[in-house]
Design a protein around this ligand. Structure first.
Ligand SMILES: Cc1ncc(COP(=O)(O)O)c(C=O)c1O
Length: 481
């Protein structure tokens, strides 16, 4: 045994401090409603409270935890508050957090099957489970021609889909020679901005990303898609990819996948379906008609890190033809060669996404699915939808407010009839109060408030209080007027 000085945390210290951290997290979740949901700090305030220089000598763990409480917590926006109704949820849960902790504890890097077989095989297995749980087509199963992989985000999944589409459309030439400016991709005016970024990174270029107009429900119009593809073909361009969305970010619009697929396949385009938040709803068979036609997609993704109680980050991405994806992203330098890879009997997930290294993310997903069971997951998703629908009903029946879009699931887009300034004031005051957190979008050019129910612990009383607070702020406006 060496008696060399060590600065490491001993296993006993780790055990003790680990209990402290888990206790702190449990207490945080118990008292989360006492904090303003949206952090109230000003830009630069958190940094100003931190020492200018790093410590020359290690510090006691207790001091670190005090600083988390006193210096960090004021700068936290409480995404895990049941009064968080902004954007889309990024919900977490006990089993998800503990699965993530285990992943850190094991500390494996699963770039190849051989660098930790369990990391690969559990992931393949859980993604196969999800195909069944979500009613997705069998072609996404690993036992078929396709398969699933965990990505960090929906943005990365979309980029991978676009790259595979680009390669397929150019017979794998653009990976060698680069793009020639002729490849075209299609989204709707409501598609998430990550597709624009994907077009930039993939070398398609934003000028070659066509934004197709939507109908009165903010869903892509397949007739206009067909017309645009034909025009592009006539101009000598190469249409390669279209993205349909299940639950757009602004208003939760559902693109007509089956009709889009018909157009896409007539012209040999790759159809990617982005179901970032709303894909979780497919756990409940009654919501599956919202993604009718999904069996026609070349790829599909959803984020358990949004609405399925699996803490960030965790995106599930499936392809119908894994060969196309692997051929697009495969690299094999000498230092990664190994017998398992060469045998062809294993999946090496490094070929299924952008980065090489990868965390053991399937552990947290596995924990969530096993803790809740399908029944538990369905219960909470149905409850969230029910609460959002109740809220939509209150809006519908209020003479000062109106719904701004259909509310098929857990997102309600609404506005005060007095116009943009009134809605902005209501939202700013609510968010400043710390009682709840709402965000906005623009629909048909009008500022629209969004209330999304999806945080793990949101219950009826939180939604009721949100509506009460919204009406209070609206009443103040009417009183002033
Ligand atoms: C429909 C849709 N797609 C993609 C994204 C991007 O998600 P991520 O942060 O996982 O890249 C979002 C984010 O809200 C989204 O709503």
């Amino acid at each position: 045994m060496s008696d060399e000085k060590s600065f490491h945390m001993t296993p006993d210290e780790f055990r003790r401090y680990g209990h402290t951290v888990v206790d702190w997290i449990a207490d945080y979740h118990s008292r989360i409603e006492s904090f303003p949901v949206l952090s109230q700090v000003k830009p630069g305030e958190i940094r100003a409270s931190l020492p200018a220089d790093p410590p020359a000598h290690g510090e006691p763990f207790d001091i670190l935890m005090k600083d988390v409480e006193n210096l960090i917590l004021p700068g936290v926006t409480h995404w895990q508050s049941p009064n968080f109704f902004a954007y889309f949820p990024c919900n977490a849960s006990g089993p998800g957090i503990l699965g993530d902790l285990l992943s850190s504890g094991l500390g494996v890097q699963g770039m190849l099957w051989s660098t930790s077989p369990a990391c690969t095989e559990l992931e393949t297995h859980v993604l196969d489970w999800l195909v069944t749980m979500l009613g997705l087509p069998d072609k996404f199963l690993s036992s078929s021609t396709g398969g699933g992989v965990i990505q960090d985000t929906a943005s990365s999944a979309a980029l991978c889909a676009l790259l595979a589409a680009r390669e397929r459309a150019t017979n794998y030439i653009s990976n060698k020679k680069g793009c020639d400016g002729r490849i075209v991709a299609y989204v709707s005016t409501q598609t998430h901005s990550s597709l624009q970024k994907a077009a930039m990174i993939a070398g398609i270029g934003v000028d070659n990303l066509r934004s197709i107009e939507v109908d009165e429900n903010f869903a892509m119009r397949p007739d206009l898609l067909a017309r645009q593809i034909e025009a592009d073909k006539r101009a000598g361009l190469v249409p390669s990819f279209v993205c349909a969305t299940v639950g757009t970010t602004s208003s939760n619009a559902m693109d007509p996948i089956a009709e889009i697929a018909r157009v896409a396949h007539q012209h040999n385009l790759w159809l990617h379906v982005d179901a970032a938040m709303s894909g979780t709803a497919a756990l409940c068979p009654e919501f599956r008609p919202l993604q009718k036609g999904v069996e026609l997609a070349e790829s599909y993704n959803f984020n358990p890190h949004k609405w399925m109680f699996t803490n960030f980050d965790c995106n599930c991405f499936w392809v119908a033809d894994r060969k196309a994806l692997i051929q697009t992203l495969s690299i094999l330098p000498e230092y990664l060669r190994n017998q398992a890879t060469e045998s062809g009997a294993v999946i090496d997930y490094r070929d299924w996404h952008i980065q090489l290294g990868r965390r053991f993310r399937s552990l947290k997903l596995w924990f969530v699915i096993r803790h809740y069971g399908v029944e538990g997951l369905q219960h909470h998703i149905r409850r969230h939808v029910e609460l959002a629908q109740q809220f939509a009903g209150w809006v519908r029946n209020d003479k000062h407010f109106e719904l701004a879009a259909p509310a098929p699931l857990n997102l309600v887009c609404f506005r005060h009839k007095a116009g943009d300034a009134a809605n902005q004031t209501i939202m700013d005051r609510l968010n400043r109060s710390g009682d709840l957190f709402l965000t906005h979008t623009k629909l048909n050019g009008k500022l629209t408030l969004r209330l999304c129910v999806g945080q793990t612990n949101t219950q009826a009383r939180h939604v009721e209080r949100a509506w009460q607070r919204i009406r209070e702020e609206a009443d103040k406006l009417t009183a002033v007027a």
